[in-house]
Design a protein around this ligand. Structure first.
Ligand code: GCB
Length: 603
């Protein structure tokens, strides 16, 4: 009886698994054999979600002239992939709800090859069918996912259907309220990936803790594992390192000495070609080597204190608007950050596209990577926590070999409560378990003002972090004027490095007036001036990322003639025009960079 029950349970869980073919995320897709499914897709806007009951995923056609089929992908309007739908069709600007995507592609089957269908990102919920069969679903709008399709993909013509739904949900990550546009759609590339039957899913290589002459690496294989060794090669360092593969879990790990590599830094973002191989598979990556740690209230890059001259960014496309997804978008944004004098970017408030992080690696910009645990959320809900953790895991899998990424940020401006504290504690532990080589942070805005000359951050979240992130809007929100910053003295409950992860104020480019007039460039520039003075009086200050590089769309910003559904706190407009505040910040960063040079040449 007991056995019968057990086998029923087992069978039903197997069936559940069979219905969802989401497979462990394959890292470094760019190094794989891929077939792009980007381009023009057929789309059906489905505000009442009738597509599920009407089985849009079958992509059926009437067989006789009397057949009733009330949808037709072939003659429906098109949308480009990658791309959000809101910026592609005027009628979709504010659309939130389900959208059906369909396209055909032809495929040639190959022996001993496994095929995966990969999505760079789909906001927010995606349900996927191939040739009418359900592959599964994925939640979370900014992280990649893949399904194995080896058994579903047909020789010749195939049809893939995806329902993408960006309805905001109280239990979602993020939840209902955000200060950014809820761009829906297949916002990043869709690809088929081909790998051998036994293949490398993921790997990691980095310098051992605070050592510049020892590396640690592992390679994870999937499929039937044969006894043998995996190999890691760094030709430029003359390194060939073998490691035994454990057949029980498909993992090979090694710790080994290296001839001191050129360390990765913002000034010299050196990347090495690294080859990971074994079991008949091989992947090549470009990897930088550096260490990152904290000592008291300092952040040390490669053992030396660094001041993070940063700026926040949304993943918003310059000039054309909408979600950024291309290397060209990314290069424009990061080039502006460099011009500002930055050595650091905060990629707010969710994982940006992979090309962005790779470009930061090449250009020498340190990165704060973040997941969209933002404002009020359903912190009591275990499935919300699981969702947040899955997003954190997937961005860590995607970016863990990028030297540029030095901080994992768990959250932004979440309201203090026992449930929230427990939620973020659990995320911090999970992040450390997945990657103990980086620093953990979070942005908090829960400062208190005992009087008009003192400010204190006592958020208990600080206990779980390596670096304290503080968002403060003195001179913009609340009762204080920009000049009040001059007398403000900050105190922090935890003796850890502090990054001022946001400050700022809004001004459309070209709006002028005196420095006391809201929404003028003069007001914004004056605010920056007084902020810079105040921040320099914080002894634990290790960096700053003002809000924000470029103006971005926000449904909350309705002020006509000034905001017009844009958050105007950019130091650059969405058309690329530099505001006065850009030059105030640039001047400060140039001076800071100069100080850094004198300090290191004095050594
Ligand atoms: C914040 C949020 C950010 C907003 C910004 C603002 O504190 O973290 O997402 O966009 O303020 O402009 O109010």
């Amino acid at each position: 009886m007991k056995h019968a029950l057990l086998s029923i349970l087992l069978l039903s869980s197997l069936r559940l698994l069979a219905a969802d073919r989401e497979a462990p995320l394959i890292s470094n897709v760019g190094a794989r054999t891929t077939i792009s499914l980007d381009g023009v897709w057929n789309t059906i806007v489905d505000p009442y979600e009738t597509g599920l009951s009407s089985r849009f995923y079958e992509n059926a056609k009437p067989k006789t002239k009397s057949d009733l089929i009330e949808y037709d992908f072939d003659h429906s309007p098109k949308l480009r992939v990658p791309g959000d739908w809101n910026s592609q069709r005027e009628s979709l600007l504010f659309y939130e709800g389900p959208m059906w995507y369909q396209r055909y592609f032809s495929y040639q089957q190959k022996a001993h090859v496994r095929t995966f269908l990969y999505f760079g990102a789909a906001n927010y919920l995606a349900r996927v069918w191939l040739n009418g069969k359900r592959l599964g679903e994925h939640i979370g709008g900014y992280t990649p996912f893949n399904f194995e399709v080896t058994d579903q993909i047909a020789e010749g013509e195939n049809s893939v259907v995806v329902e993408v739904d960006n309805t905001r949900r109280a239990d979602g990550v993020p939840s209902i309220h955000t200060d950014w546009w809820n761009y829906g759609g297949l916002t990043r590339s869709v690809e088929l990936i081909e790998v051998p039957e036994t293949y490398i899913t993921d790997y990691s290589i980095h310098l051992a803790e605070n050592r510049h002459d020892i590396m640690e690496a592992w390679i994870q294989f999937a499929g039937a594992i044969y006894r043998g060794e995996a190999t890691i090669e760094i030709p430029e360092l003359g390194l060939i390192q073998n490691a035994e593969i454990d057949p029980r879990n498909g993992r090979a790990s090694a710790r080994f000495p290296v001839r001191a590599p050129h360390l990765w830094s913002a000034e010299n973002p050196k990347l090495y070609r690294v080859v990971f191989s074994g079991q008949g598979d091989g992947v090549v990556d470009e990897v930088g080597f550096r260490t990152i740690e904290t000592r008291a209230t300092q952040i040390l890059l490669n053992g030396k204190p660094i001041f993070l001259r940063g700026i926040c960014l949304h993943e918003e496309a310059p000039f054309r608007g909408g979600r950024a997804f291309s290397e060209e978008d990314d290069r424009t944004l990061l080039t502006w950050a460099k011009e500002l004098g930055a050595n650091f970017v905060r990629l707010a408030h969710y994982p940006h596209n992979e090309a962005m992080v790779r470009l930061a690696d090449q250009m020498g910009l340190l990165v704060w990577d973040e997941v969209p645990v933002y404002w009020e959320m359903d912190f009591q809900n275990p499935s919300t926590l699981e969702n947040a953790k899955a997003q954190l895991r997937d961005v860590i899998v995607r970016d863990r070999n990028r030297a540029a990424v030095v901080l994992w940020s768990l959250s932004n401006e979440t309201p203090i409560s026992p449930a929230r504290n427990a939620f973020l504690k659990s995320m911090a532990e999970y992040a450390r378990q997945l990657d103990d080589t980086r620093l953990i942070t979070s942005a908090s805005d829960k400062a208190e003002h005992p009087d008009d000359q003192h400010a204190a951050l006592n958020d208990p979240l600080g206990e779980y972090l390596d670096v304290i992130g503080l968002n403060e809007y003195i001179g913009w929100y609340g009762k204080y004027r920009p000049e009040d910053a001059d007398k403000m003295q900050w105190a922090f409950a935890y003796s850890k490095p502090v990054i001022i992860s946001e400050f700022g104020g809004g001004a459309p480019y070209g709006m002028h007036g005196d420095k006391d007039t809201r929404f003028t460039e003069e007001y914004q520039a004056n605010l920056y001036q007084h902020q810079i003075g105040m921040l320099q009086r914080i002894p634990a200050l290790a960096g700053m990322t003002p809000w924000i590089l470029m103006d971005f769309r926000s449904p909350r910003r309705t002020l006509v003639g000034i905001q017009d559904y844009y958050n105007r706190k950019g130091v650059i407009s969405d058309r690329g025009q530099r505001k006065q505040a850009f030059y105030v910040l640039q001047k400060f960063y140039r001076q800071k960079a100069g100080e850094g040079l004198t300090a290191s040449s004095a050594k």
